[in-house]
Design a protein around this ligand. Structure first.
Ligand SMILES: Cc1cc2nc3c(=O)[nH]c(=O)nc-3n(C[C@H](O)[C@H](O)[C@H](O)COP(=O)(O)OP(=O)(O)OC[C@H]3O[C@@H](n4cnc5c(N)ncnc54)[C@H](O)[C@@H]3O)c2cc1C
Length: 483
């Protein structure tokens, strides 16, 4: 055990960096290895560059400055005009990680593991460390993330700032529920240790605080023990929202649940899908990593190829990929949690215009009728969604002030951007969500109106009080023009 205990050294992830999919703006071909760049703080990577979020919309220029040391931050931020925003891997879909003509502080160079205690499962790492990097280190040592989103390519800082959720929200709540403490750097140079007991107001405001309260320089997280890297998986086909909700009820004792749903079919096949559930295997086996070959999406798909017919074909293929009504198997955790990470840059599938994601949560009482009505509205619009997911949120309370989940059903759909139709549809879906008592997810959003945001998150004014005066984002400017 002593060997696995790393206090107090700093571990650089030297042997793992090759498997990481870096955001486009990073200087990967400059002769330096991302994350191992020892330029002195007075020589940061800086330059005008299109920093893209995962949806590739909106597309803004910004001055991107790469931080190498936590101490870079106050010096860099205090000298900047036009606003500053710390960013991670840019895996948010819309503009929470964008700042038009402002300064983006790229934190992915702050990716050092600081401490790990296998007795308690407490891990401390710099905030630019990705969840995939953390798992590469902890899985062979018998520990797993308490909560993970559908990609490992997000940073610790990004996971806290959006208070991300995973397939186990019913039992584990959000990511923020497991963050024991972190350090917040303010642009005036103040360092704040934040936890339930130290600066608890900043702790709450920063979890789900959209990167606006300061730069998270490092964070401590409580991991959970595992004995296998495998997941006992079961996939069950369903036909309609009623059957989906029955499966949700029947799966109360299963830790992880998620569903893929066909939202291109109508009539008999309307809202058919595959319900996926799993638990960490209790069979002791080899925790060592297996090979993780990746494919890269080779080109931007032209807009004309993204239509209702191709979406129907893609959805039918996904449904029939599972040949039987019920399938049981063992899956590596990467296949179960991160199927999309297999294909690098899969967002190119949506062409140069990019994609919009719609993610809402509808409270339990309205879930059956509400989700059905939203799916019908989408079918009526003729807009094609190639990837749609249904999930369930429980009632575990997040410590974060602005956390997205509330008990109910969440629906997430990707749409290629068709300017003449997409924005009108998103406007209608946002209003339906509001009427159903639900809310939209800022991490996935590029279209929410200020009125919608302020009714979904009435606590936004409290967040505004904790905002670092230097920090802002294009999302924040869009949804709080009156602040
Ligand atoms: C394929 C895919 C699947 C996804 N699945 C899920 C899912 O299942 N559940 C879910 O909740 N989300 C999901 N997401 C969204 C993603 O998890 C979040 O958007 C996440 O916050 C992205 O992290 P990032 O490191 O890329 O941060 P960015 O997108 O770069 O930034 C996100 C926010 O974090 C802030 N931030 C980043 N670093 C810091 C820091 N050090 N200090 C302060 N603020 C900081 C930024 O200002 C910004 O507001 C998914 C995204 C993709 C592409």
């Amino acid at each position: 055990m002593e060997e696995a205990r790393l206090r107090p050294c700093l571990l650089l992830f030297t042997n793992r960096l090759s498997s990481i999919d870096y955001p486009r703006h990073m200087p990967t071909d400059s002769g330096t290895t991302p994350g191992l760049d020892f330029r002195t703080p007075d020589e940061p990577f800086t330059g005008k560059a299109p920093f893209e979020s995962w949806g590739r919309y909106p597309n803004y220029n910004a001055n991107v400055v790469r931080l190498h040391w936590q101490s870079d931050y106050p010096a860099v931020a205090s000298g900047m005009h036009n606003g500053v925003l710390p960013v991670g891997m840019g895996r948010s879909y819309g503009d929470v990680c964008l700042l038009r003509d402002g300064n983006l502080l790229d934190t992915t160079g702050l990716n050092r593991l600081i401490d790990f205690d296998p007795e308690t499962g407490l891990l401390t790492a710099e905030a630019g460390t990705t969840l995939a990097q953390i798992l590469d280190f902890t899985v062979p040592r018998g520990f797993f993330l308490p909560v993970t989103p559908g990609t490992g390519q997000v940073t610790l800082g990004g996971a806290i700032a959006n208070d991300v959720h995973g397939r186990n929200h019913r039992t584990a709540g959000t990511f923020g529920c497991h963050v024991t403490q972190f350090e917040l750097l303010r642009s005036d140079g103040e360092q704040k240790l934040c936890s339930h007991t130290e600066n608890p107001d900043f702790y709450a405001a920063t979890i789900g605080g959209l990167g606006l309260t300061g730069l998270i320089s490092w964070a401590q997280l409580r991991l959970r023990p595992i004995v296998s890297r495998r997941i006992d998986y079961e996939g069950i086909q369903f036909h309609g929202i009623g059957e989906f909700l029955d499966l949700v009820q029947q799966s109360r004792d299963t830790e992880y649940t998620a569903s893929w749903i066909d939202c291109a079919s109508t009539g008999r096949n309307f809202a058919r899908g595959v319900f996926m559930q799993g638990d960490h295997s209790t069979k002791r086996d080899d925790l060592r990593p297996s090979s993780d070959a990746k494919l890269a999406f080779p080109f931007n798909v032209p807009g004309f190829a993204l239509n209702r017919l191709t979406s129907r074909l893609a959805n039918a293929a996904l449904f029939h990929k599972q040949m039987h009504e019920r399938v049981v198997s063992e899956q590596d955790y990467r296949a179960f949690f991160y199927p999309l990470d297999k294909v690098l840059r899969w967002n190119r599938m949506y062409g140069k215009r990019g994609l919009l994601q719609f993610q809402c949560v509808i409270p339990e009482d309205n879930a059956r009728d509400g989700i059905t009505a939203i799916l019908k509205e989408i079918a009526k619009s003729g807009m094609a969604s190639f990837l749609a997911a249904l999930g369930v949120f429980g009632d575990v309370q997040s410590p974060g002030l602005m956390s997205f989940p509330l008990p109910g059903i969440t629906l997430a759909l990707d749409f290629p951007i068709k300017p003449e139709k997409s924005f009108a549809l998103f406007g209608r879906l946002g209003e339906m969500t509001r009427e159903l008592g639900g809310r939209l997810y800022p991490a996935k959003d590029a279209t929410m109106t200020a009125a919608q945001f302020q009714s979904f998150y009435p606590q936004w004014q409290q967040l505004a009080r904790y905002r670092d005066p230097q920090l802002t984002s294009s999302f924040w400017e869009r949804v709080t023009p009156n602040s």
